[in-house]
Design a protein around this ligand. Sequence first.
Ligand SMILES: [Fe+2]
Ligand SMILES: [Fe+2]
Length: 252
Amino acid sequence: MIGDIIGQPGRRAVRQLLPDLRQELSLDMVVANGENTAGGFGITLETAEELLDSGVDILTSGNHIWDQKEIIPHMDEGLPLIRPANYPDAPGRGYLVQDGVMVLNLMGRVFMPTLDCPFRTATAVLAEAEAEHSPQVIIVDFHAEATSEKQGLGWYLDGRVSAVLGTHTHVGTVDARILPKGTAFLTDVGMTGPFNSVIGSDTDAVLDRFLTGLPQRLSVARGPVILNSVLIEVDDGTGKALSIQRIDRMVD
Ligand SMILES: [Fe+2]
Ligand SMILES: [Fe+2]
């Protein structure tokens, strides 16, 4: 699972690193959060296809999924791109099952737009998917701001899914672990984007915003790029996680 991919620098890093990582780590499936792939805001068909060509299998998203309106019709048309399942009545799908692997996207509600309850949505969607697809492996991208809400969902889903992996903050955390009932957990995967930045954006523009309080257009920063990701190994007989480790790489 690759953390939020930021603009062209992030896409380029994925294209440069992912084919080798797929080989080196014998990856069966690659999930990536694509909500920031188009200039930092949203995702277009072109940027989605670029990532799929680079070796991503399923794209997840979050609050920025609606920024580029052109993607909306494609979300119902077979593009392997999902949006948080707890949007009450939105285009697109909240989960996908591919080769026995279910990927579920949910969004938090603490310091975020108010959506349906991610906890109850998870239970409802898991019941539906179990009945229709009986997936062997279930990976959850929990796109949320608050560490507490993310840890809470990890414990809530422990033993019911293979992994609960946080996204959205663009800052990777060091708490990768397997919970007692076999669910791999990480508060935040991080981002794949410019290293010398404020969560991917140009530092000068962000500092202007903080120092003046005035609106300021943000652009994607330049320079070296960090790829933040996490590798999960799952027993496909039981659906339980066997290992979880961060994989972080730099590209000039
Ligand atoms: Fe993001
Ligand atoms: Fe986000």
